[in-house]
Ligand binder design. Structure first.
Ligand code: BG6
Length: 492
């Protein structure tokens, strides 16, 4: 096991800490993965003491725990917890924090600062940590975990990088994209490079197009303050979906070592054809949910949600077509889409293969041959399916679609959340599932032209009723008439 570490969580009373970080750290305790002597220092503005914070954290963990909360384990976990009251926007807090950490033998010298805070505050906090000497590595390593979005667009990402780059080496920065901690996402590499079967087919000679979908039934909830200035393109496509695309499209890396992996991912992003302003409408589509029905219940439209400005044209649905100009993918469109308040919540990569070159069955009852699909289910179902056409039993020549199922989960497997793996990787110093700065920059380069055009078109946005798959008009992105959005893992 690795050395003990202190996790200092900025924004510890916020949403991310409640629903993800604290439950994940507790599950690591259950799994016995937290190194002996590791501590968690929750930092927040609220007037809490240690005791009260433990009481609150217990409630958050209880809400999210897998199975039942184990009191004995929580007791052990709570001994690691501490609370530090402070306002991160005031300079005086940082020397206080420095004294607290160094005077208290309870805290390990290795420190990971987790920024579960507003993106606008990342730079300022890093600067203040530096000034207070908290980033000095004279005793123990210092790492900073930065949540997405890293910047608001290309220019602000570059500015943020310049600012934190003054105080941190690249190997101290852990830019987190929790999608990379998901089981199937990591499995993409194994499917592709540990099976001889798939790799020879994984190119323009066999693949017609690729779709990556992340849909949610939930709405914006209590996050309008953040979401309304971000929108679906920044919130999901610039980060999670483009990351997924890089894993699907990359060349085999030299090794699984962090830099080799990231080199290949960056190459993909660099090969994406820039979208000129005049082509934005042909390549991108946005919409916003209006009132509708989710699981039999009437739900409000985006504009009626708390803290959403009445005139907002922020997109809650975004889709984009990208072309990768390299030998492997030239001519294979990648369609990425995401939306809130959609018909179903799921994450799915759908890879559509070409029609067979010969229509051998033309003069039989088989009318139109279906294409093969490879489907990678990311959530809720973690699976790999290969859809094939087979003959139906009987005297006639009729076919049906069936799928070869290589499901990832079998009953009894332990489910883990992406954050568990990633929080542990930070302690281990393994950066392979974190983003290097150039990945972030090139991802911004892909979406920036779209965001620029959208930011100028502020008068109107299409709407879709909550509980649907988004406006029909998004079909205009497809290169071919016969293309359609693949909504489900079930054979079509
Ligand atoms: C987050 C986005 O990064 O990912 C949210 O900010 C989104 O808007 C979430 O709901 C989706 O991830 P998951 O793992 O909850 O499906």
């Amino acid at each position: 096991m690795c050395q003990p570490c202190t996790y200092v969580i900025f924004g510890a009373t916020g949403n991310l800490s409640r629903v993800k970080l604290m439950p994940a750290l507790y599950h690591l305790e259950v799994a016995g993965k937290l190194p002996e002597g590791s501590r968690i220092l929750a930092l927040g503005r609220r007037d809490w003491d240690r005791e009260h914070s433990i009481h609150e954290i217990r409630g958050w963990v209880k809400d999210k725990v897998r199975g039942e909360l184990d009191e004995e384990i929580f007791q052990r976990f709570s001994q690691r917890l501490d609370y530090f009251r402070g306002d991160l926007t005031t300079r005086e807090m940082y020397p206080r924090l420095q004294t607290y950490l160094s005077d208290n033998a309870r805290f390990a010298d290795n420190i990971a600062f987790y920024m579960a805070i507003s993106p606008a505050e990342f730079g300022m906090v890093v600067e203040n940590l530096h000034t207070a000497g908290l980033l000095s590595e004279d005793h123990g390593w210092k790492r900073v975990v930065i949540e997405k979005p890293f910047g608001y667009d290309l220019e602000s990402a570059q500015a943020l990088q310049r600012r934190i780059g003054r105080y941190l080496r690249e190997d101290q920065v852990y830019r987190i994209d929790h999608y990379l901690g998901k089981g199937t996402v990591q499995n993409v590499l194994v499917f592709r490079f540990a099976n001889t079967l798939l790799e020879p087919l994984w190119n323009r000679n066999y693949i017609d197009h690729i779709q990556i979908t992340h849909s949610e039934t939930i709405g914006v909830g209590s996050r309008a303050h953040f979401y309304d200035s971000a929108g679906a393109m920044r919130d999901m496509i610039q980060s999670h979906l483009l990351q997924l695309l890089t894993l699907i499209a990359m060349e085999p890396p030299v090794s699984l070592e962090a830099e080799s992996l990231r080199d290949e991912k960056v190459k993909v992003l660099k090969s994406i054809r820039p979208i000129p302003p005049s082509a934005v409408h042909a390549h991108a589509f946005r919409a916003q949910y209006s009132e509708g029905m989710i699981e039999g219940e009437r739900v409000a439209g985006y504009l009626q949600e708390a803290n959403v400005p009445p005139e907002s044209v922020t997109e809650t649905y975004a889709a984009i077509k990208v072309n990768i100009d390299n030998w492997r993918w030239r001519g294979v469109p990648f369609y990425l889409r995401t939306g809130k308040r959609m018909a179903q919540g799921q994450s799915l990569v759908s890879i559509c293969f070409h029609h067979p070159p010969q229509q051998l069955f033309r003069n039989t009852q088989v009318e139109q041959m279906k294409q093969n699909w490879v489907l990678l289910g990311i959530q809720p179902c973690e699976c790999l399916r290969v859809e094939m056409t087979v003959k139906e039993p009987g005297l006639e020549m009729r076919t049906r679609q069936t799928s070869l199922d290589a499901s990832l989960r079998t009953s009894g497997d332990t489910l883990t959340d992406a954050y568990e793996e990633l929080l542990l990787d930070v302690i281990d110093g393994d950066r392979s599932l974190f983003l290097r700065y150039d990945e972030v920059e090139y991802a911004w380069r892909v979406v920036d032209p779209v965001l620029r055009v959208w930011s100028m078109e502020r008068d109107y946005i299409q709407t879709y009723p909550a509980g649907t798959w988004g406006p029909e008009e998004s079909h205009r992105l497809f290169d071919k008439e016969a293309h359609h959005w693949r909504h489900s893992l079930n054979p079509e």
